[in-house]
Design a protein. Structure first.
Lengths: 343, 343
DNA sequence: GTGAAAGCGCTAACAT
DNA sequence: ATGTTAGCGCTTTCAC
């Protein structure tokens, strides 16, 4: 069919392995020979066949990232981190959308094994953990990103939601607020715990009426805020533990605060960098999505390279940012250069 | 290394091709034999080696999507359309981010040819058109998505920005507005033309002072609105021709309109479905991203299958939506089932 | 520094 | 309905 390495070899008057060496920089080749080979490649418009190379060498130089929702900016940012790290080593990244559906996930993984993918970064559902365990037997290294699976022996990289939630709650307390509401999703247990623990540690009893859990959508965030505002007295501060809920909640709070003498204070896990320009004043925890991707990929490469690795679970710090003045104040942590710490 | 088809064949007591037939449903196999083979596969945890299959059969069942910015919801939605269509045919989708950088694009395409990718959906820069022409010689079919390249003989699928811009402008005129400002990006020429043409056709001379072109960012959108508001008299309506500019512009307009007796009317190209809930009243043109992906992929498969195809350039209609009442009114076009029309 | 030979794991083309 | 044979295009191994 297409032009093969053999054609290049004949045209350059050399043998097959020599062409291979030139292409892969695999061994020293006489500059003259090399030039002849390159000329032949150029003349014939030769492009190597990766399938043949993979079959023989048993490497694909490809890794995969399986995320629940590629439409979310968090995951696309994480992808960028993975991509940058992979590209630098000549690897390609295969992206898959799982929608947190174990069936879809399993189908993707089957495909990845067929393709002899070398490594997998994944945000798994709890159900997929057993599946992941078996992967290593199939020759595929694996790193869990962003999601916590305590007790599981698979490598993971995520950010420290608990500590951030403590900081955010402490910030609200320090500003003098006492009726602090919490809005979050089912899965945000750590953040809720941090809220509870911090209030309790400061000597305040958390009011169950101020805690609202909902499914992750903008509408729900909006409605939960509206419901909390009907309380009397209403909360004097709100902690929103999820990005998606926050989008709706901030809208409702923006409107409400415009009509109040004393605005309701806001703390939120809020990633939408582009939109934070238009957020009301608040303190935000911003997750280092890019870094989670980069560090995750690096860990994968360390494993692939057989490097000894000191710990399996890596925690990164979130960026804490105060939004609302002309210049946002931050905790000085640029997510691009947080240094990972082990657990 | 890993377990091969040969091992499966031996264990099941059959020959290699029989195992291959079972795996690929390629020919009728005796149910008993088939069961034995499947049992062997299960017992040995066998997964076929795609590289070997590709090498022999010269097919990869993979297509690629190269977009400028995976962080934009427009492109991720388009990806979903491509994915759904591809998955249904057992194809995988390889995603690449070009950042509109011809160098990055070229590197991706090189990789795709190496991997013997069968088809490419791409949002190219003008510079990449010659590159694309050569692709078909390398055995890779290609469809341009979303971007207009008139006169180029490569298949394309995009939505009809001109017509939508006419409708939006007419809508503003019909509502009695005469000082209609235009905000857009450099690349939005068609939309600007439509605006011009519509005003002129209605007998109004476009005022150059009301036309502002800027780079695509939220901040710029905001600033352009603010600048227009300083005119006296200010515009009584604004047409924002780009999604990203609109995010900032809507913020500024929302604030301004809150303080005005007669609000400034708004028309915009605005895709952010999730956020449109929180947009001020306006008429919006929403591009059928999902459908562009789906139709683009279908076109690619038609070409791959050698089907005769009636036209190379496909135009889809945008959804026109009036946002602002309790229930948004639309033009009745659900982007999921617009029927493509040729040009 | 370069070449000859072998073979990676699978499917296509035949034969039966 | 199943088996035999050959070979896809490359890299590896080992000569020299």
């Amino acid at each position: 069919m297409a032009v093969t390495m053999k054609a290049v070899a004949e045209r350059a008057g050399v043998s097959l392995p020599t062409v291979s060496r030139v292409i892969n920089d695999a061994a020293y080749v006489n500059p003259e020979t090399r030039a002849r080979v390159l000329a032949a490649i150029e003349a014939l418009q030769y492009v190597p066949n990766q399938a043949a190379a993979s079959l023989r060498s048993n490497t694909t130089k490809t890794l995969a990232l399986l995320v629940p929702d590629i439409a979310s900016s968090f995951w696309t940012t994480l992808l960028r981190g993975v991509e940058d790290e992979a590209m630098a080593r000549g690897f390609h990244v295969f992206l898959g959308n799982t929608d947190d559906d174990p069936g879809k996930e399993a189908r993707y993984i089957e495909g990845l094994i067929r393709r002899r993918n070398e490594g997998l970064l994944i945000a798994p559902t709890p159900k997929s953990i057993p599946l992941l365990r078996r992967l290593e037997q199939q020759g595929m290294r694996c790193v869990i990103v962003h999601r916590p699976f305590p007790g599981v022996e698979i490598d993971s990289v995520r950010s420290d939601a608990y500590t951030s939630a403590v900081i955010l709650t402490q910030h609200l307390l320090a500003a003098g607020h006492r009726r602090i509401a919490f809005i979050g999703g089912e899965a945000e247990q750590r953040r809720l715990c941090a809220y509870h623990d911090t209030l309790t540690a400061a000597g305040y009893a958390p009011d169950p009426a101020l805690v609202r859990i909902g499914t992750l959508s903008e509408r729900v965030g909006e409605h939960l805020v509206e419901a909390l505002l009907t309380l009397s007295p209403p909360p004097d501060a709100m902690f929103i533990g999820n990005n998606r809920l926050a989008a709706g909640a901030l809208h409702a709070l923006g409107k409400a605060n415009a009509e109040r003498a004393t605005p309701i204070a806001i703390a939120a896990f809020y990633d939408s960098a582009a939109l934070s320009t238009y957020a009301p004043p608040m303190i935000a925890a911003i997750q280092p999505a890019y870094e989670i991707g980069r560090v995750g990929a690096r860990r994968l490469f360390d494993r692939l390279g057989g490097k000894p690795v000191e710990s399996r679970h890596i925690l990164l710090a979130n960026q804490i940012m105060v939004i609302g003045g002309p210049e946002p104040r931050t905790n000085g942590i640029d997510p691009r250069d947080v240094s990972p710490y082990a657990v």
